[in-house]
Ligand binder design. Structure first.
Ligand code: GUN
Ligand code: ZN
Length: 436
């Protein structure tokens, strides 16, 4: 994208304020980066600073605003194929009966290509500028996902899944295969040298990996300085199973910690049943959590107390967890996080504060960037960061949002978060390039 100045309402999060609304402001972009954010009275100065002319200014009328791109910290691109179906089973039976049989099909590259094309297109259309993807155990299909993400211009972490234990005979790797294929995958992606795409080390969850494999993956992440993603404490049955499988471990988190898989670049999905001791370990290692409220309700796993995690100082982002979660939009994750917190608050003391929509907005943007270790590049409109943004239009004809004269800018933004959808997302930018 050529250099440009946006003029109108900006909405983003900062370290101190989950939602800052800047009306009558300008945001200047050049070389893919945010060059300035100022009051609109500085327009002339900004134009000369960036070497631009009046025609390079994009004016946003009432009802339109610019916000940071949404960050999905946990999504299974491979599971997009059955999103919105198959939610009547609890996690462990759901994995056995739906997930493993369906993921096994990704050995077929044509099938994989079709699913991944559709998944990435859908996710981007819904404003997810950064996604942390699980693929499947198959290297070729996962490389195909990388090509598709690259062509779409999305920012992403992409993981080839590791599974060498308690997996069905038709969807499993030997420990040796898993090690070799993962290193092959990692080196191929790193060779591409695409600054937007990174491999992420992806042990599916503790039960699906031998300690030998998990330890190797911890070592590989360190060797190549890579992020790590997995699942933890999503259901009580899973927690009990992990206790049986790893009797020598203090708790679930300890299994990962013994393998050096809890780092300041690790994101663990769910964490519904983590103890205080485990959360303290997350804090001390810098491990983040991806809160996936739709999935937790759809599979009846439980309700994660986001307030408790935030109060303990653990990094927190939101995830769709497609297809444990049935909705590919991060707007749904924002809404459902608020609703889950509202329900939790019913059983709490009166001064318990449920999650506000402003805080959920932050978790879906700046929070996600912190969890993924990308807060130096994306997550908000700080000068110097790359321009990952959505141009939202709540006034789109026949759209899902109705705006009235009485609505303040605050109301308009809140209406978008609760009622809006992809029809309101008019333009999508990643690293300054318009990708939609
Ligand atoms: N735990 C292990 N694998 C999965 C998965 O694919 N989805 C969810 N929600 N939890 C998991
Ligand atoms: Zn998941």
């Amino acid at each position: 994208m050529a250099a440009k100045i946006f003029y109108g309402t900006l909405c983003h999060s900062t370290a101190d304020d989950p939602m800052v609304i800047l009306e009558d402001h300008i945001l200047g972009v050049k070389n893919g980066k945010i060059q300035l954010v100022k009051d609109s009275s500085y327009l002339d100065e900004a134009l000369s600073e960036l070497g631009l002319q009046e025609k390079d200014v994009k004016y946003l009328k009432k009802g339109k605003f610019l916000m940071p791109g949404l960050i999905d910290t946990h999504i299974h691109a491979s599971q997009y194929v059955y999103t919105g179906t198959a939610m009547e089973l609890h996690l462990l039976d759901w994995l056995k009966n739906y997930t493993y049989p369906i993921e096994a099909n990704f050995e077929d590259l044509k099938f994989a290509e079709d699913v991944y094309q559709k998944a990435v297109k859908r996710v981007l259309k819904n404003g997810t500028t950064t996604a942390c993807y699980f693929a499947t155990i198959h290297v070729d299909a996962t490389l195909k996902l990388c090509d598709i993400v690259e062509n779409a211009g999305q920012r992403a972490y992409i993981g080839k899944v590791n599974m060498d234990a308690y997996s069905p005979h038709y969807y499993v790797e030997t420990t040796q295969e898993s090690k070799e294929e993962t290193e092959k995958f990692v080196t191929k992606i790193l060779k591409k040298n695409n600054p937007l795409i990174k491999p992420v080390i992806t042990p599916r969850f503790a039960p699906n990996c031998t300690l030998e494999l998990s330890k190797y993956l911890g070592h590989l992440a360190k060797q190549y300085d890579l992020p790590i993603q997995s699942h933890i404490s999503e259901t009580t049955d899973e927690v009990e199973w992990v206790k049986e499988l790893f009797p020598g471990s203090k708790h679930y988190a300890d299994v990962y910690d013994q393998c050096n898989l809890l780092t300041d670049k690790t994101v663990m999905a769910h964490g519904v049943y983590l103890s205080d001791e485990e959360l303290k370990l997350f804090k001390s290692t810098g491990t983040g959590i991806s809160h996936c409220p739709n999935s937790n309700l759809s599979l009846r796993s439980g309700m994660m107390d986001a307030r408790r995690v935030l109060d303990m100082g653990v990094k927190l982002g939101l995830g769709t967890d497609v297809s444990g979660g049935y909705h590919p939009s991060m707007l749904d994750a924002i809404r459902t996080a608020v609703q889950v917190s509202n329900v939790i608050s019913l059983d709490m003391h009166t001064d318990y504060k449920s999650l506000s929509h402003r805080e959920a907005f932050k978790l879906a943007t700046l929070g996600g960037s912190e969890v993924l270790g990308l807060s130096d590049k994306t997550g908000n409109f700080e000068v110097g960061k790359e321009f990952d943004a959505l141009l939202v239009d709540t006034t789109v004809v026949e759209g899902p949002v109705d705006i009235f004269k009485r609505d303040s800018t605050d109301d308009i933004i809140q209406k978008f978060l609760f009622l809006g959808d992809d029809r309101n997302i008019q333009e999508v930018y990643v690293a300054g390039k318009q990708v939609l």
